[in-house]
Structure formats: C-alpha cells, structure tokens
Ligand binder design. Structure first.
Ligand SMILES: *[C@@H]1O[C@H](CO)[C@@H](O)[C@H](O)[C@H]1NC(C)=O
Ligand SMILES: *[C@@H]1O[C@H](CO)[C@@H](O)[C@H](O)[C@H]1NC(C)=O
Ligand SMILES: *[C@@H]1O[C@H](CO)[C@@H](O)[C@H](O)[C@H]1NC(C)=O
Length: 377
C-alpha cells in the first residue's frame, strides 16, 4: 500500500518558512527598552546623604543607650515605608502604632516614608504617624532597577541621622500589613520578656533578612546584566538572593549606607528584566558577605509565592480574609513567627479594620493586635 503524502508536510513547510518572520517580529517587539538608571545628580545627592549618616554615627551627638538604668531613653524601631502609591493601609498601621492612643509605646518607634515624587496624583501624607515631616526627600523609583536599592538606603540613612535611638530598621511597602501588636514586635526584636527590663545588648542583635544561595534562577539573576559583568566585586559563589523586605540592625544599616564597592555593580542596568530584582540581590549578597553570623537568614515579612505571576506574589483580596488566614500567615518554621505580610489589595482595609475592632467587642474573636489571642493560637 502506498501512503499518500502526509497532510502535515505543507503545514510544516509553511511554519518553517514563517519562523524567520515570527523571529523578526518578536525580536523587534521584545525586549522592552532598558529601564532608566539612577541619574548622576540623584546619585550625588545620595552620596552626600550617606556620608552624613556615616558621620552622625561615628560622632554621636548624645550617648548611645547602653547601660541598664543609665538613661530612661529606650531603643526604637524605625519603620521605613517604601511606596509609589497612596498608603492604603495607613489607618491599620495607625492602629498598630497607637492602640488605644497608648502613650507607652509612643517613644518606641519612628516612621519614615519614601514616596516616589513623580507619581501623579501626588501621594498626600495621610497624617497621624504619617505626617508630612515623616516623608523623606524621595526620588523616582522603577521596578526591576537599582532605584529601589537607592530608595531603601535613603530611608535607612534618613533614619540613622534622625534619631540615634533607632536600633532596628524595618522596611515595608504600601501593600504590607502588621500581623501582631507593636508591643509583641518590639519585645521579640529586643528579646524582652514580660518581666525583663529593656537592656540594649548592642552587637548581639541580628538582622532579619532572607539569604538564599540555592536557587534554580541564581545564575540567571547573577548574569542579568551580562556575562562577566559582576566580577571581581561580586563573584558568583558570593552572590545571594533573598527578601525584598527586611529588618536590619543599626550596625548593618550603617554598613549598608557606607557600602560603595558592590553598589558599583548592582547599579548597572539589567539586560534581562525578567531576571532583574536588584534590591532582592544587593542586600542579601552584601550582608551575607560581610557579616553572615549577624543575619538570622530569614525575614519577618510573609509573602505567598504560590502561583506568582511575572515576579509578583499572590495578592490577597477581601474574600480571602479571615482570622485563620492571619493565623496561617504568622506561622513560620523559624525561631520567630512572621510579623508582617504582603501583598494585600487596598480594599482589604475595611475588613482588616473590622477584624481589629472585634478585639474589644468579642472575647472569642481573633485578637488582631494581641499576641496572646484566644482564637486557635
Ligand atoms: C484599651 O483601653 C481600654 C479602656 O481604657 C482598656 O480596658 C484596654 O485594655 C485597652 N486595650 C489595649 C490593647 O491597650
Ligand atoms: C497562597 O496563594 C495561593 C494562591 O495563589 C492560595 O491558594 C493559598 O491559600 C495561599 N496560601 C496562604 C497561606 O494564604
Ligand atoms: C491576654 O492579654 C489580655 C490583656 O493583655 C489579658 O487580659 C488576658 O488575660 C490575656 N490572656 C491570656 C490567655 O493570657
């Protein structure tokens, strides 16, 4: 039996012929133009700011708090908000910082905001703990570029300069929410038990930042700026990836604002945007190189990477919110639970506030800002 010519052959031929055309078009449509880099004037401004921060810390204007009882000043946590949209969760954070207008904790934190000034309409300070004077001089930021490293360093430098009592720097975004009370976060970071008096133990404290050296995308990310670009400053075996949002000790914050060597490489634009998350690479790489023992190796901010799309984690919507969800988000396999979480859509504010309000009304409901919650804890 003689088989007739397969009907696939003309189709295949046509496909093969059209390949160059498809290739031509895709290579002209993709890739998108390279993202802009930090401008020279911005970079010079930053250098001035970072030098000021380094100088403040080497010549403290008043004595650091160190000895028990020698001063009534207490160490503080600086909360650094990095945003390019309005701060949708400001009321929730306000509740976190001011449960019941409690005076007790007012002197235990500071808030700083870096808000992209080019975003239209301009992000208005929502007031309260997010008053105008908490907004630091900010510059334009772009996803997938070193501008996000620069913005984080600006926040750290501003917090170092502003208050010598800022001992931890917690970076969050406008999509982050707190999962515990401020008091719980504070006591956990400073290792204060209920009956213990606060004592700053200086070098003992660790930074909470994820540091990963085993990852299928590690090489792609290392070479995102081209081959042989990162050496000699950053060797592949020293390259790490990790969490975008972290809590650093003051000591590490200071090292970060003084850092120049790695920055020279990480500031370079990426050729492959899909492998380019400079801020998730710079901080873990630098800190794991200079002080691995000073890093806990995990972050306090929970992110759900299941089914992530285009480098974005899962975004929670109101229909997903429940006390159980928050309970699950807190659970970690590390020494400390997760204390913050992202990413939440802006319309989660109302249900989250309602959950927080339940606290006072219903003993059995989940206790939003108390760690000793009665609901399944
Ligand atoms: C809030 O204030 C009320 C009344 O002043 C008090 O009973 C309650 O314990 C306070 N709650 C917190 C979380 O401070
Ligand atoms: C993480 O996100 C996925 C969907 O992307 C969802 O099914 C899952 O329940 C989420 N996990 C938690 C702990 O919220
Ligand atoms: C939880 O804390 C509240 C207020 O701080 C307290 O009244 C209550 O007894 C505590 N519950 C437990 C189980 O420890």
């Amino acid at each position: 039996m003689i088989s007739s010519p397969s009907p696939w052959i003309p189709t295949l031929t046509l496909l093969l012929l059209s390949l160059p055309i498809i290739f031509f078009f895709t290579s002209h449509i993709l890739p998108p133009p390279p993202p802009p880099i930090l401008s020279l004037p911005d970079e010079l401004d930053d250098l001035t700011l970072f030098r000021r921060a380094a100088a403040v810390d080497s010549h403290p204007t008043h004595k650091p708090i160190s000895r028990l009882g020698s001063t009534n000043r207490k160490p503080k946590i600086a909360f650094l908000f990095l945003t390019n949209t309005p701060l949708h969760f400001a009321p929730l954070w306000e509740r976190f910082f001011n449960p019941n207008n409690s005076v007790q904790i007012k002197n235990l934190y500071n808030v700083y905001v870096h808000s992209d000034p080019t975003v239209k309409p301009y992000v208005k300070p929502p007031g309260g703990v997010f008053s105008q004077d908490r907004f630091i001089p900010a510059k334009q930021t772009f996803r997938g570029t070193a501008t996000l490293i620069a913005a984080a360093r600006r926040l750290i430098a501003a917090a170092i300069i502003d208050d010598p009592d800022n001992m931890f720097f917690t970076l969050v975004s406008q999509h982050c929410i707190p999962l515990y009370s401020f008091q719980f976060v504070y006591n956990s970071l400073f290792e204060i038990n209920d009956h213990q008096v606060a004592e700053l133990k200086g070098l003992k404290y660790k930074s909470f930042i994820e540091i990963i050296d085993q990852d299928v995308n590690l090489w792609d990310r290392y070479t995102a700026r081209g081959n042989n670009v990162m050496t000699p400053e950053v060797k592949f075996e020293n390259f790490r990836v990790g969490s975008q949002f972290f809590t650093l000790t003051r000591r590490h914050g200071l090292m970060v604002v003084k850092e120049r060597r790695l920055w020279k490489k990480f500031r370079l634009p990426c050729l492959r945007p899909q492998s380019c998350y400079p801020e998730e690479h710079y901080f873990p790489t630098f800190l794991s190189n200079v002080d691995p023992d000073g890093c806990a190796g995990y972050t306090l901010t929970r992110v759900n990477w299941t089914d992530s799309v285009n480098g974005h984690p899962h975004t929670y919507y109101p229909s997903e919110l429940s006390p159980e969800l928050i309970f699950n988000l807190r659970r970690s396999s590390f020494a400390l639970p997760y204390m913050f979480a992202r990413k939440f859509s802006p319309d989660c504010l109302k249900p989250l506030m309602e959950m927080a309000d339940e606290v006072s009304r219903n003993q059995l409901s989940w206790n939003f800002f108390q760690h000793n919650c009665t609901y399944r804890c």
